[in-house]
Design a protein around this ligand. Structure first.
Ligand code: GYE
Length: 323
């Protein structure tokens, strides 16, 4: 693609063939259409569903031919998808890495094939910054800090221990690692805050429910649930209600994402505080894709702007919620 105009009288047919099969990446789209290979994490949460929809719709609007794959939250599937995009000579590969580590080999293969890569949503931990052009997504450390800041204020008057249980996202994923560390870094300033249990619920509703059931059985006094996403908080709410307790009152609940389902629970007072994480990255991704392929310089980090909601703010924002 971005096939150079190789038109010369008499040689046109031969040269067109060369361009299609050549190393510029014909992408299967013909003409000047850009082909983008996108390797998605999965369909684990409301956030992810909204993210996928945003990417598919934005590609259509931008006139970009999108090849889309769902890795079902498995790194090996994502690596396979990226390798297949390399084979198909797409113009650009974008992906949301399920976990942070283990990407160097496959990204070197993309680099050797001259196919630029954009990271969206989640980061990788490779020190080699030449393996990708830019990283578009949220600041997950900041999200964890926002959760902690609100909790510190909310429990200002508490004199005894504040027992916290944490529902972690997918083990090894950037949002799980960063939301954990951002939160822990701030609450450690006050010794009354105790994280008494912390386990992964894999960012799913069923995972959150299962882990919360176990937490409730083994811990008689739980004051706070800090869930790394809304889906796990919603699963935890089911477990808390089944145990005869009132979510949002007997147990304070904090989560991240601010999807419609999460915001509805917040408006109902079942979630006390939500940190927003915006999944609508499609337009920015298409824009960056076009710029990278046009040879323009793009910033190496594009951070999503986000806000937070307590229960009253969630109620007010809910009618206009886009995801
Ligand atoms: O918070 C969670 C999803 O990577 C930011 O992944 C994303 C996270 C999001 O499963 O709901």
């Amino acid at each position: 693609m971005f096939k150079k105009s190789l038109v010369a009288v008499g040689l046109a047919a031969v040269l067109t063939l060369t361009a299609c099969g050549g190393s510029t990446g014909a992408g299967g789209g013909g003409s000047d259409e850009i082909t983008l290979g996108f390797a998605q994490v999965g369909a684990e949460s409301g956030w992810r569903t909204a993210n996928t929809k945003s990417i598919q719709e934005s590609a259509k609007t931008a006139g970009i031919n999108l090849k889309f794959s769902d890795a079902q939250q498995k790194q090996e599937n994502q690596i396979k998808a990226i390798r297949s995009y390399i084979q198909q000579k797409v113009d650009l590969i974008a992906f949301s890495p399920v976990v942070e580590s283990g990407w160097d080999t496959v990204l070197k293969e993309a680099k050797d094939a001259n196919i630029p890569v954009i990271l969206t949503d989640r980061a990788i931990d490779s020190p080699d910054k030449t393996l990708y052009k830019t990283f578009l997504g949220s600041d997950f450390v900041l999200e964890g800090q926002e959760a902690a800041k609100w909790l510190i204020k909310d429990k200002e008057a508490a004199t005894g221990d504040v027992n916290i249980v944490e529902l972690q996202g997918t083990t090894g994923a950037a949002p799980a690692n960063d939301r954990m560390s951002g939160f822990a870094d701030l609450i450690k300033a006050e010794s009354k805050f105790k994280i008494i249990a912390s386990q992964t619920g894999d960012f799913t509703r069923s995972g959150g429910k299962q882990v919360m059931e176990a937490f409730l059985k083994s811990n008689p006094k739980i004051d706070v649930v800090y869930a790394h996403n809304d889906d796990m908080a919603l699963g935890a709410i089911e477990a808390i209600e089944a145990a005869g307790k009132v979510p949002g009152k007997d147990i304070t609940i904090i989560s991240v994402d601010a999807t419609k389902d999460g915001m509805t629970a917040a408006a109902d007072g079942k979630i006390n505080f939500i940190v927003e994480c915006n999944p609508l990255l499609g337009d920015q991704l298409m824009d960056l894709t076009k710029k990278v392929l046009a040879g323009e310089t793009v910033p190496e980090r594009v951070v999503t702007v986000e806000t937070t909601f307590d229960s009253a703010q969630a109620k007010a924002a809910l009618p206009d919620r886009k995801y």
